[in-house]
Design a protein around this ligand. Structure first.
Ligand SMILES: Nc1ncnc2c1ncn2[C@@H]1O[C@H](COP(=O)(O)OP(=O)(O)OP(=O)(O)O)[C@@H](O)[C@H]1O
Length: 463
């Protein structure tokens, strides 16, 4: 009695559930559907019942039908289907993503009469997944390739070269103008190996005089020279098992070049003041903004050393040759500096963006970063306008930086003021001599000479 009553209620039960329920006969003709199925498909019940199930254009059924089997539908061969992800078409053509369960229906003697399918609509979840994947893609673009941003074709080629270089142990030289991201590229080559135990040691070859550079690279023993109060391990030894990054390699004096060549050829270093060879296992990454081929021609760079370090050259194009990257970089620096500054500036105005796109960026990406730092200091508006950027961007002189200190001897006060201006420029450039030179409007070699004259040692900050 209760069972009969229950059977009467079944229809209500089936119609109450959110999932779609569909019964097909053994030929696949739809015999019955519940309200959930009507809602999910957008068809009226009368439009579905009596139709072949293929009418719903379910993608997994399509695939199953294409394979040869005993029966037109895999379900009738396997007897059941669990949590199968499928997509079918609604009446309005939109896709519905579902999770499908199905079982065969048999009579008392076990003869198959048909099948029942239940479908849970997961379209919202699938849409969210798609959205998350799109966000991820955007984020990847925002993160760039190991921190190097660029969607332009030349930068994509650079990324390929970096990835290939990272797979080899051969020396890599990164060429490009100042501020193009050579150091970032070197770091990327190192990082791609993903082994935290391998050291990455950077040496700026332009910032030290020949004697200091030699001891910095190879180390020295106690008493090797005046002031060598204790022995010191060199940077090559410190980079053991990892990568040494020789930045500004074009500035290595000839006297050190010959020693470096020996190290590369023989894979041993000798500390200054000692002749005991110490074996090293280090990969050489180097970078320069100078034209090494020309330097070789002029005799300022050893040809044999050039061939040793120039095994995998990677040229990073200047920003003016990849204008497609300007807006991405501008957006990146805007967001990064806004976060740091805490200012509530909403965005970059269209005119300012046009200015950025038209400017040739002689100081490349580093100059753009500095331009945004400048703009955030000078902006008191809701958006960044052209006038907030340094005057250099308008074709004016260099930014409101101090004039260059002169080379000729001066009275003490004047010399002190000039020293101060040089320090200020170096500070503004995070210790980067090329950038300080740009700020001061002089060559980098001049900055180097002044640093020596005024006895300034300035370490570049790690960014
Ligand atoms: N493609 C880039 N994406 C994001 N930041 C970049 C990119 N290129 C350069 N930068 C940033 O610009 C600044 C200069 O980069 P980096 O020091 O790597 O340049 P460089 O070519 O080594 O310069 P230099 O020759 O003067 O030493 C850094 O702050 C770096 O993070």
């Amino acid at each position: 009695m209760f069972e009969t009553e229950m059977n009467n209620y079944w229809k209500t039960v089936v119609d109450t559930i959110q999932d779609g329920v569909m019964i097909v006969d053994k030929d696949g003709t739809i015999v019955s559907v519940n309200r959930g199925m009507v809602r999910m498909t957008g068809y009226e019940k009368a439009e579905i019942v009596g139709k072949p199930c293929s009418f719903l254009n379910c993608d997994t059924c399509e695939i199953a039908r294409e394979r040869k089997g005993d029966h037109w539908c895999v379900l009738f061969r396997t007897g059941a289907m669990n949590m199968r992800r499928c997509t079918f078409s609604r009446k309005d053509g939109r896709p519905v993503h579902v999770l499908k369960n199905a079982s065969l229906l048999r009579d008392r003697d076990g003869v198959v009469l048909g099948a029942v399918e239940t479908m849970t609509d997961v379209s919202e979840l699938v849409e969210k997944d798609t959205q998350i994947e799109a966000f991820r893609r955007e984020l990847r673009q925002e993160d760039g390739f190991h921190g190097i941003l660029g969607t332009s074709a030349p930068m994509q080629r650079v990324f390929d070269l970096i990835a290939n270089a990272a797979r080899s142990e051969a020396p890599v030289i990164i060429l490009g103008e100042s501020g193009t991201g050579k150091e970032l590229a070197a770091k990327a080559i190192h990082d791609i190996r993903g082994d935290d135990r391998r050291p990455f040691v950077k040496v700026n070859c332009a910032s030290l005089n020949p004697a200091l550079l030699e001891s910095e690279l190879f180390g020295h023993v106690k008493g090797a020279f005046t002031g060598a109060y204790r022995s010191r391990e060199g940077r090559f030894a410190a980079a053991g098992g990892g990568d040494i990054f020789l930045d500004e390699i074009g500035d290595i004096p000839l006297s050190v070049q010959v020693k470096l060549l020996r190290v590369l050829e023989e894979k041993v270093v000798e500390r200054v003041g000692d002749h005991t060879p110490i074996p090293i296992n280090v990969r050489i990454l180097s970078a320069t903004n100078r034209n090494l081929t020309e330097m070789v021609r002029e005799g300022a760079f050893r040809e044999d050393l050039f061939y040793r370090i120039n095994v995998i050259p990677i040229h990073i194009p200047p920003l003016r040759e990849r204008p497609g990257d300007i807006s991405l970089l501008a957006d990146h620096f805007f967001r990064r500096i806004r976060l740091k500054s805490g200012k509530k500036i909403e965005g970059i105005s269209r005119e300012a963006m046009r200015l950025l796109a038209a400017y040739p960026w002689p100081g490349n990406v580093r100059e753009m970063k500095s331009a945004f730092e400048f703009a955030f200091v000078s902006c008191r508006d809701d958006v960044i306008l052209p006038r907030h950027f340094p005057p250099a961007l308008f074709g004016g002189g260099t930014s409101p930086a101090p004039g260059p200190p002169e080379a000729a001897p001066h009275p003490l006060e004047e010399a002190q003021a000039k020293r101060r201006r040089l320090v200020q420029a170096l500070e503004a450039a995070d210790g980067n001599q090329s950038e300080a030179a740009r700020i001061l409007g002089v060559s980098r070699v001049t900055v180097w000479h002044w640093m020596k004259r005024y006895q300034i040692r300035f370490e570049r900050k790690i960014k």
